[in-house]
Design a protein around this ligand. Sequence first.
Ligand code: ATP
Ligand code: MG
Length: 578
Amino acid sequence: MKLSSGFWQTYKEHPNDATIASHQLMIRAGLIHKSQAGLYNFLPFGLRAVQKVEKIIREEMNKIGAMEVLMSFVTPGELWQESGRWDSMGGQMVRAKDRAGRDICLSPTNEEAITDIFRKTIKSYKQLPVSLYQINIKFRDEIRPRFGIMRAREFIMKDAYSFHENWESLDLVYADFYRAYSNIFDRMGLNFIVVEADAGAMGDGQNKTHEFQVLAKSGEDKVIVCEDCDYAANIEKAVTFRKPLDFDNSGKEIELVETPNMATIEEVSNFLKIKEHQSLKSLAYSGISEDKEEVFLVLLLGDDELNEIKLKNHVGHEHIKPLTENEMMREGLVKGQLGPYNLGKEMRVIFDAAIPLDGSFTTGANKADFHYMNFVPNRDLKGELEVTDLRLSRAGDICKIGDKEGEATLISGIEVGHIFQLGDKYTKALDAKVLDRNGKTIYPLMGCYGIGVTRIVAAAIEQHHDENGIIWPLAIAPFHIHFTSIAKSGEIKELCDEVYEEMNKEFEVLYDDRPKLGPGFKFKDADLLGLPIRVVLGERDYKADGLIEITVRKTGEKRKVSKEDLIPTLRDLLKELA
Ligand code: ATP
Ligand code: MG
């Protein structure tokens, strides 16, 4: 590709809304163009990277026997009404009416659409299992689109769906996708980990789900990992344990103490000279579902934080939220002084599993300026207590896999892929039945498997760049070689053209033959675009020693070679970089 006749513009500055490196570099290197918040146009070099990503994904999907389809981007509202998601998808799904008055929407995901194709096509277990995938646009009207194409509103996703007669078959295909995903991200040169993900309130814990997280400081996902026991889970899902703590098990009488103007655990603990974990943190939440609303009290060790996702999964409501001060007043609850003892009203109380129920704790007394000391849950509350894991995992916790134990670390990641065993949720909702081997009708089980195609490009840059620009992994680089001509004379210009033609036969070469630009400018552009190998040809080296300069972008390593050695050297270097 000759730049003299190409379409490419770089920028020294980045726009104010670009706060992370990949966003800044993608704009500055002329890969994308913003049309509105969360909407981007892909320019020629950005598109080439996206196409490289797509090619690798296609190859690995085809290898495991998944077949490519392309579903309509606009889907009929009635499918979403059938599944019940027309309402529950909320504002992220953009809905419209067509001229005939029918509901339609822009696909945020395609479980309904694929299940509709499936139910109209497949009738027997003999046609199972089947895996279909597409690489297509998705639209999600994200509340806060940000970081360029990392969290866009319109983006490209590879989404795949599989259908099965039984769990055994789903497990096998799930394992195929797991391996294919690992190959895909390996081939792209990404440093990633696979973590357990949150399965929502789904099933009975039978549904496997994993996320593929590219490691990067700017990543929005928090991940708990352990080098000792290999535990790895998204913090939304992670279950880890407190290091041994000293609790008061003396079983003293419960006692009302005055705590004037004290509302926080810290203030009360300092005042009563106890440790924060010897207090209980009481949080009032409401859960809202279509048909009911419920208020409950959540208890945690004083220095623990609530994992709202665990709470939502446990109570099974569509939405949960902490009560506001006004709502607390309406419920007769006293902010800052909440506690499970003498609550003054019937209310569901849920204990976090880290709380020893025979220990003595300080809790709010449900009246201003008072706390109880020596509250013992098992002794002082009637009936069986509701206990479940609700706390947010944190660094330094103990994690366990089987009999292996270790200390948890917290790191940041970018979710580039997600695989999920859906069970029969959608086949049931859309009444997609097949006959099993005994002639009985069953709802097949489904798996779904997503990859953020455009997000990958941003994630790769986030992980591979320096202060001068991008450092593309070879597999997804828009071109392999950036050939910069700094020729002044006609003779060397001709030589450059000849060398370009030669290289272009075998490699993907971007040829900077722009006539009126100086070497400094061209080198800056080359650093910014960050193709894996740079070749420079100009009068000085060539006329003196007949040499052409090669630089490896990643290491900065330079070497000078003769014209004859150029192609074999590039061949070797590209092999090394692959
Ligand atoms: P996130 O938690 O980041 O919002 P998600 O869990 O909602 O993502 P999935 O429904 O699992 O996303 O979609 C599959 C993949 O699509 C994700 O793993 C991610 O790589 C990509 N993706 C999701 N939302 C966006 C977005 N707004 N912009 C770009 N890529 C996205
Ligand atoms: Mg996800």
